[in-house]
Design a protein around this ligand. Structure first.
Ligand code: PLP
Length: 231
């Protein structure tokens, strides 16, 4: 069943790539496993999935502990500074850095553990009050502060687009994100690359890929609906 869901997602990604003459191999699909049991992750692991996304530190650690070590864990949720120390040396990528204070904490903890932490900067492109992320006009300043940190590598941008009924409504947000990423790349800021653009979720990943996402975060369409009551 999970295999069928994954195949369906891959098929839609392929269609988006074909429509825009993009290379499907450039797209990383992150299976967002938050609230889902170990067995489901193992099932996907056994058919080749290696990228999984979690939004809570404790849950990520619990799963990290028992699952194979070649899994790439993506921290996609809001990260509290006091929890940074538990994950800096365990995650492949932190998608949700949106403040200098958080980056400073990551730098400090990474130095202690003698590791380099790969991050994305979360951008609140739609300026939704309920969402985390730096506003686009403040992005460059933040990047020019973070780029002095020797234990952090900024690899690109991430956004959580608005929760809309018709995914077409988010197309413009995705286009703006792509343009922002290209603009920043052209500034050639030291130690900063814009090689990753993480955007698109179950509802709108096909459109995100068409507009330039090369990392999509898909939960519901792979694992089925989440139930937050039984845990
Ligand atoms: C939960 C979550 C997703 C996946 O959402 P679905 O709609 O289930 O695909 C993607 N990104 C973030 C940041 C999330 O918290």
């Amino acid at each position: 069943m999970l295999k069928d869901n994954l195949n369906h997602v891959m098929k839609k990604v392929r269609e988006s790539c074909n429509a825009k003459s993009l290379n499907m191999d450039d797209i990383t699909v992150i299976a967002v496993s938050k609230t889902k049991p170990i067995e489901m992750i193992e099932e996907l692991y056994n058919i080749g999935c290696r990228n999984f996304g979690e939004n809570k530190v404790q849950e990520l650690l619990d799963k990290y502990e028992v699952l194979p070590k070649d899994i790439q864990w993506h921290m996609i949720g809001h990260l509290q500074r006091n929890k940074v120390k538990y994950i800096v040396d365990k995650v492949a990528l932190i998608h949700s850095v949106d403040s200098l204070r958080l980056a400073e904490t990551i730098e400090k903890e990474a130095e202690k553990k003698d590791c380099i932490v790969n991050i994305l900067i979360e951008v609140n492109m739609a300026k939704e009050e309920s969402k985390y992320g730096v506003y686009p006009e403040n992005l460059e300043k933040l990047l020019r502060e973070i780029n002095t940190f020797s234990h952090i590598r900024v690899n690109g941008l991430m956004t959580v687009a608005p929760n809309v009924k018709n995914p077409e409504e988010n197309r413009e947000i995705f286009t703006k994100m792509k343009n922002l990423s290209v603009d920043i790349a052209e500034k050639n800021i030291d130690n900063i690359t814009m090689s990753i653009l993480s955007m698109g979720m179950s509802n709108d990943y096909a459109i995100a890929v068409e507009e330039g996402a090369n990392m999509i975060r898909v939960g519901t369409s792979i694992f089925g609906a989440r139930n937050y009551n039984i845990e």
